[in-house]
Ligand binder design. Structure first.
Ligand SMILES: [Zn+2]
Length: 246
């Protein structure tokens, strides 16, 4: 009996030990476009996230500093294939081409997890189709003035908040006005407009045809990207989207 048990243990345990340590997470950061210091933001994310996970980053900063670019990355239908998760931190509000936009959403609809940050929410704002906004989980077309906005967490047990303080106020940032939270999205935290008192989702998750999307509308200023609370939030958001714990 003893021998049998030992043999059974060896058979069960061997594949577990053979798995070894988790593979690095392969993350693609897509950035560029109008109105923000994307070099600083990318560096802050890549460097800061290393504290929370073993991540191999690829950064694609294309499209210049305008609002209408169509970046060459998406010409390849397999553009996201080498990666476990994709981060959108770009700002092209006036790109409207439907075929181009659907080259992006199709990949996420097919299962590639995503993190969406700040001006990604105003990217393709001028497009008439809603595909991108459905993917984001929010529709936003404008923002309030820059200020330091207190953040109220609605779901403190969610893993993205593992390192989040009970009270956090953003460095100077923009409050995006959410005109629609899509039915597949769940608001995880809110801030209040100083203009009219309206409560706006600022951190959320979206279930995009079964694909995990994590989003935050904060991330305008360099000061936000230099705040370790923000970096930890978007790092844990990245892990959550990819279905990983480290
Ligand atoms: Zn901004």
């Amino acid at each position: 009996m003893k021998t049998y048990l030992a043999l059974a243990f060896a058979l069960i345990a061997a594949p577990l030990f053979a798995m070894g340590p988790a593979k690095p997470l392969r993350a693609l950061l897509i950035t560029g476009g109008c109105c923000h210091d994307y070099e600083l933001q990318s560096k802050a994310y890549v460097e800061g996230s290393k504290k929370f996970a073993d991540i191999v980053w690829t950064v694609v900063n294309e499209g210049g500093k305008g609002t209408t670019a169509q970046i060459p990355l998406y010409d390849n239908p397999d553009w996201a294939k080498p990666y476990d998760v994709v981060v959108h931190n770009e700002c092209f509000a006036n790109t409207t081409d439907e075929i181009y936009i659907r080259k992006i959403t199709a990949v996420h609809k097919a299962g590639k997890p995503a993190v969406v940050i700040h001006c990604a929410m105003h990217t393709y704002r001028a497009a008439t189709i809603d595909d991108w906004r459905e993917f984001l989980g929010v529709t936003s077309r404008k923002h309030d003035h820059q200020s330091e906005y207190p953040v109220t967490v609605l779901d403190p047990k969610h893993p993205v908040f593992a390192g989040f303080p009970a009270k956090w106020t953003t460095p100077k940032d923009e409050l995006y006005i959410i005109e629609k939270l899509w039915p597949t999205a769940k608001s995880l935290a809110t801030s209040k407009s100083e203009k009219d008192g309206s409560v706006q989702p600022v951190i959320w998750t979206n279930n995009y045809y079964g694909t995990r999307v994590f989003g935050t509308t904060y991330g305008h200023s360099n000061a936000t990207w230099q705040d370790p609370v923000f970096i930890e939030l978007i790092s844990r958001g990245l892990l959550w989207a990819a279905g990983r714990t480290k």
